[in-house]
Design a protein around this ligand. Structure first.
Ligand code: ATP
Ligand code: MG
Length: 326
């Protein structure tokens, strides 16, 4: 029995969470759901956007399913990632038949290191008008993220893992990352390993994104290239993500609270439902995840969607269409 902390949060977070829960309940998974509060509304109620009770319960859970937080996002989700020490940020980017985008047949997963690089906060003003930032890359964190990428490739039957770096300029930091990448790659026969400079990779991403399968990279490059990938495949309403740690995992759609459409019942539930699929895969329920993903594809391809994708369905109506196919 897995314990899942469910945090709908603010705005459309609540609406898309209801949709995802409809799907999970239809699958009758052996999960115990613990509903928790966090975000703008929680702050108004308890004086804290991430109440102590929520954090306590989250620590006891195997996974967090998170909707969205509004103004308080940094205090909630960024804090949760730190508290739960989630070292890997996973962002799949794929195209859907029936959704307009610059390319078709794109299906990649970006695995971004989530704990070091330029995100350590080591920034200094060393003299008046002179600033510096420290980029930390360790063998330990590099090995952990590269291994995660290869394990993901193995689990999902993916064929290639590509490392992105700039080892010709950052000889020490990127040099170490690249070296560790090929050391670990050697342990995975049958999965192709290659690497590109980050700048060249961005050009390929725009022109020929089909050449990528699994990408693994350091924190800052991963931040940039995952947004680029999301843009290439077309849209926030479709983009899921996961933050994975040794013990904990947080699953959240890439989009936020989207207050402009909140309360209207028209938010696209796809990103949240695909996020729930990532949780299913994380727990090893691959066939269940696959069933939901196929259902999502079919519903989108047939135009049974929310208005953002050109359809006329409400959030829960689209979820119901998906649920019917399960
Ligand atoms: P936050 O500040 O929490 O990130 P935001 O106001 O920036 O929220 P996002 O959620 O990041 O809003 O989304 C930006 C815009 O994209 C929204 O205003 C909304 O119109 C659209 N959007 C985002 N998610 C969805 C969705 N699931 N369905 C439909 N439209 C969406
Ligand atoms: Mg936003």
């Amino acid at each position: 029995m897995k314990r899942v902390a469910v945090i709908p949060g603010d705005g459309i977070g609540k609406e898309v969470m209801d949709a995802a829960m409809l799907i999970l309940e239809r699958l009758e998974m052996p999960f115990e759901y613990v509903w928790l509060e966090a975000g703008d509304e929680a702050e108004k109620k308890y004086g804290k956007p991430l109440p102590d009770e929520t954090l306590e319960e989250v620590r006891k859970s195997d996974a967090v399913l998170f909707g969205a937080a509004g103004e308080t996002a940094a205090d909630v989700i960024v804090r949760l990632r730190q508290e739960l020490n989630t070292f890997a940020n996973i962002r799949p980017a794929r195209t859907f038949r029936g959704v307009e985008s610059i390319h078709s047949d794109v299906n990649m997963v970006i695995v971004r290191e989530n704990t070091e690089c330029l995100y350590k906060g080591l920034e200094f003003e060393v003299a008046d008008g002179v600033t510096e930032a420290v980029r930390v890359i360790t063998r330990e964190a590099s090995e952990r993220i590269v291994r995660y990428a290869f394990e993901l490739a193995k689990r999902e039957g993916r064929k290639r893992v590509t490392a992105l770096h700039k080892a010709n300029v950052m000889k020490k930091t990127c040099g170490l990352f690249k070296q560790v990448f090929y050391e670990v790659a050697g342990e995975y026969e049958g999965i192709e390993a290659n690497d590109y400079y980050i700048d060249a990779a961005c050009m390929y991403m725009a022109m020929r994104p089909q050449m990528f399968d699994v990408i693994v990279t350091t924190n800052m490059f991963g931040d940039i290239v995952s947004d680029l990938a999301a843009g290439v495949v077309g849209g926030l309403g479709l983009a899921p993500s996961a933050n994975i740690g040794e013990r904990h995992a947080i699953f959240e759609p890439v989009h936020g609270a989207a207050f402009d459409i909140a309360g209207k019942g028209i938010a696209n539930p796809t990103a949240m439902i695909l996020t729930a699929c990532m949780m299913l895969r994380h727990f090893g329920y691959l066939s269940e995840a696959e069933r939901v993903e196929r259902a999502v594809e079919k519903v989108i391809a047939e135009g049974r969607t929310t208005p953002d994708l050109g359809g006329s369905l409400k959030t829960m109506e689209m979820a119901e269409e998906i649920a019917k196919l399960l």
